[in-house]
Structures are given as structure tokens and as C-alpha cells.
Design a protein. Structure first.
Length: 249
């Protein structure tokens, strides 16, 4: 089954697409397993600008907003269940900065089907502090690492990729291969993805570790969705003998 586990809807600050529209585009593109993963701050702050540089307003019902979004995704999943399997996910921002806002400690995300975590590779400004294993426990649901050059991150830290990926396999943490190519991101591809598809040694490390990968287009503008990129990545990864997250559900 072709998967795309990274998409945005109007719950994110930087997308205006309805959940139903995103699901229909995935069905039309031949995707069989779709994850909706809006930005944690977009969902939690209810599309106001209070998250930027100040954090959520004191009256913001962050936890309630997460639940409301989750319910909406589940309702849409049910509506389309004969055509596609839809998972309710969240892209968790861990960065403390002027234009993004890290997930508050008090926010429960354990009821999501999964989360993908960003900013792992800026440990000094991320509440994950570069430790995905502890952060996944805090999330309390299946956890993936979003659009991160993991091999460079590990090289900088002097960590063994073989060991790290083995631990990811043991703790059920997956690594995203992000195949985005749209105007929001300047029509560029991620270098780490190009390198991974070229580098047989990296592929072998992941394959032997038993760790799973995920594929995500990271769509923000559905009319720029390119399902062929998603399909190609799914096929290349399977041909390597590497498993994909949620295979077999
Ligand atoms: Zn994203």
C-alpha cells in the first residue's frame, strides 16, 4: 500500500486546504494510507497569531484544540474508509524561537495515531534536546523523525548510525523520507533524501537495523501535490528491503 504520512490542512497556519480535499487528492493519487499531520502550534493555538514569539495566550485551550482537530480527522477518516485508510497525526514543533512555538509540556498528544517530531537537529533550541528516545516517551504514541538529515546529525554527535537505528527499531521510532517539492519550500528537494537514495551504505545500515521509514510529501498546497514522487519513494524503499511505518495495518 502506498503511504503518505505527512500532510497539512487549514489547521496549520501555512495551509488553507480542507481535510476532505487533502484526502480526496490522496485517493486520486493512488495513496492507500494517509496521515494528516498539522503543525502542533497551528492546531493548539486555533490559527491565531498568539503562538508567534509569545507562546499561546493564557486563555488558549491548547489541549481542547488538539482533541477537536483529532475528532475532525477521525470523522473524515470514517467518511472515506472504503477508499483510503486515514491516520490522525500531528507534526510536533519542538523549537523555541520567534516564528514557531514548541509543544507545551502540559499538552497530551498520546491519543494521536502517531506524531512526527521536527527540529531534533537543533538541540540547543529544541525542547527535545536532541534526544528522540526520551521525547517519544513523552509523546506516548508511535513517533517519527520529520525531515531530518539523521546521518549528518549522528556524525556531528559522534554516534554510531548502526546502533542508533537499531535502538529506533527497538523503540518503534521511524525516520521520514520527505519528498516535498512545492512553492512553499521553494521547489527544492531535501539533500538528505537524495543522498539516502544514492548511498547504498546508508540503506544497508537502515535495512539491517530493522528500523522503519515513512514517506511524506509534506503537502501545504494541495493543487501542488505530486503523488508520483510519493509512489516512487515508496517503491524505492520497499525495493531496498526496508519496511515502512504502519505496514500491515
Ligand atoms: Zn510539515
Amino acid at each position: 500500500m502506498i503511504q503518505d504520512l505527512h500532510t497539512h490542512t487549514y489547521y496549520s497556519f501555512d495551509s488553507t486546504d480542507r481535510i476532505e480535499r487533502v484526502i480526496e487528492a490522496a485517493i486520486a493519487g493512488g495513496v492507500g494510507l494517509l496521515g494528516i499531520t498539522d503543525h502542533s502550534y497551528g492546531v493548539g493555538c486555533g490559527r491565531t497569531d498568539v503562538c508567534y514569539d509569545k507562546g499561546p495566550a493564557p486563555e488558549a485551550n491548547y489541549g481542547g484544540m488538539l482533541l477537536r482537530y483529532h475528532d475532525h480527522v477521525l470523522t473524515a477518516a470514517e467518511k472515506y474508509r472504503n477508499k483510503i485508510k486515514v491516520l490522525s497525526g500531528l507534526e510536533v514543533c519542538t523549537l523555541v524561537s520567534r516564528d514557531a512555538y514548541a509543544l507545551p509540556d502540559s499538552a497530551d498528544v498520546s491519543f494521536f495515531d502517531y506524531v512526527i517530531v521536527e527540529n531534533l537537529d537543533v538541540p540547543d533550541r529544541s525542547i527535545a534536546r536532541g534526544d528522540i528516545f526520551s521525547f517519544a516517551k513523552r509523546c506516548g504514541c508511535p513517533t517519527g523523525i520529520a525531515h531530518t538529515d539523521l546521518f549528518s546529525f549522528l556524525a556531528k554527535r559522534g554516534e554510531s548510525p548502526a546502533k542508533y537505528f537499531r535502538r529506533m527499531a527497538e523503540e518503534n521510532i521511524f525516520w521520514e523520507i520527505n519528498v516535498n517539492f512545492d512553492s512553499i519550500h521553494g521547489f527544492r528537494t531535501f539533500d538528505y533524501v537524495t543522498e539516502f537514495f544514492r548511498n547504498k551504505q546508508q540503506q544497508e545500515i537502515v535495512r539491517q537495523s530493522g528500523a522503519k521509514l515513512s514517506v511524506g510529501f509534506d503537502s501545504h498546497i494541495i493543487r501542488e501535490y505530486k503523488p508520483d514522487r510519493v509512489k516512487t519513494a515508496n517503491k524505492l524503499i520497499r525495493d531496498m528491503g526496508i519496511r515502512l511505518a504502519f505496514d500491515g495495518i
